[in-house]
Write a new protein. Structure first.
Length: 369
């Protein structure tokens, strides 16, 4: 193998002298540089089935005044089921990430409190901590029978709860016949009651992702959210909040709010929720989100650069979320993956996923027609 030789010191000095003399540019303007290597133009195709990803931007259902009725959700579920995803990713923190965040309370105490379910009861019932339960769930699924018994499903549900993956536990619960949804095989009465509560919790993970996975015959969902970029509140929290709030006070935000109010008023109508999803997944929606939120924050002029810090956090979080999705696809080539995520993430998800050699995006608008 030929060795690549570094340029000699003499050559470096000659090039430097030429640059100083104006024969070569001393330094290119960073704004003029664009890399020649474009991963999105190098998609193969590889052999076998393509990895397809449908990014569904969603309103956070927890913010609704009332619980969405089943008849409101059905038109959405029907269209998503007709696309036949083979995996579903949700905006939830994985049990393993929560387990890691718990070890650094100085930075992540509030994140754990806000986003991480407590696996203590399930750990006591199964004798498994989060890493051990995660490994056990993977072991069980690797040898999963073609016709699992109700006891198999109850056991896997208990293990998923111990792993800090309640949405996947709910998938197993929903795949049981109603009469088999009871304690036993690692599920205590307390854990069984918790699963019954989750199936009606006002959250898109539990009302859309888990029921859809169960309907499609999937065994789990994938938790791909990431909060490792979270930091404690800044010392000058009030100044930070004031700066970001001022940035958000712009015409795009006002237009976005007016559209949300119109969509919310139509929710009780037939297909009202579906129309909201269509609007949130329209091709123009990500740019409006950027103009109202992140683009405005980027130009926020505080001396502390609050807006730039906020945008840095946002981009970091989305990059890590997309990396989690790419990890799933890498483990299972040929996956048709539905990624359900808050609508503000949608544009970033699609832009970053599109950079991947082995990812092909699907137009959500076409699926939701």
């Amino acid at each position: 193998m030929k060795r690549i030789r570094r340029p000699s010191i003499g050559l470096v000095l000659v090039l430097g002298a030429l640059a100083a003399a104006g024969v070569l540019p001393a330094e290119a303007d960073a704004s003029d540089y664009h890399p020649a290597f474009q991963p999105d133009q190098l998609k193969g195709p590889p052999p076998g089935k393509a990895n397809e990803v449908l990014v569904l931007g969603t309103p956070h259902l927890s913010g609704f005044k009332d619980d969405p009725r089943p008849d409101m959700l059905e038109p959405l579920l029907t269209r998503l089921a007709a696309w036949h995803p083979t995996a579903i990713a949700t905006e939830s923190l994985s049990g393993l990430q929560c387990d890691s965040l718990r070890r650094y309370p100085a930075r992540y105490a509030s994140t754990v409190q806000d986003y991480c379910p407590d696996p203590t009861a399930a750990a006591q019932a199964t004798g498994l901590d989060v890493p051990a339960a995660t490994a056990e769930a993977e072991r069980l699924l690797a040898a999963w029978p073609a016709m699992p018994t109700p006891a198999d499903r109850r056991r896997l549900a208990a293990v998923f709860l111990a792993a800090g993956e309640p949405a996947s536990a709910l998938v197993q619960w929903l795949r049981l016949e109603p009469g088999e949804r009871r304690e036993g095989d690692g599920l205590t009465g307390e854990l069984a009651a918790k699963l019954d509560t989750l199936k009606s919790r006002r959250n898109e993970t539990y009302l859309v992702a888990a029921p859809l996975a169960a309907r499609l015959g999937l065994e789990r969902v994938w938790s791909v959210d990431d909060h490792t970029a979270d930091t404690p509140d800044p010392v000058d929290r009030d100044a930070y909040a004031a700066a970001i709030t001022k940035a958000w006070d712009n015409p795009a935000s006002k237009a976005r709010k007016a559209e949300d109010q119109r969509l919310e008023a139509d929710l009780p109508k037939p297909d009202g929720l579906l129309r909201m999803y269509r609007a949130y997944n329209a091709p123009t929606a990500p740019l409006v989100t950027y103009q109202s939120d992140f683009g405005a924050a980027l130009m926020e002029p505080s001396p502390q650069a609050f807006g730039r810090g906020y945008v840095g956090y946002w981009e970091t979080r989305n990059l890590r979320m997309v990396a989690n999705i790419r990890d799933v696809l890498g483990q299972h080539p040929g996956t048709r993956l539905l990624a359900i995520v808050g609508d503000s993430h949608k544009g970033y998800y699609e832009a970053y996923l599109n950079q991947m050699h082995d990812v092909r995006l699907v137009d959500a608008s076409a699926v939701l027609r």
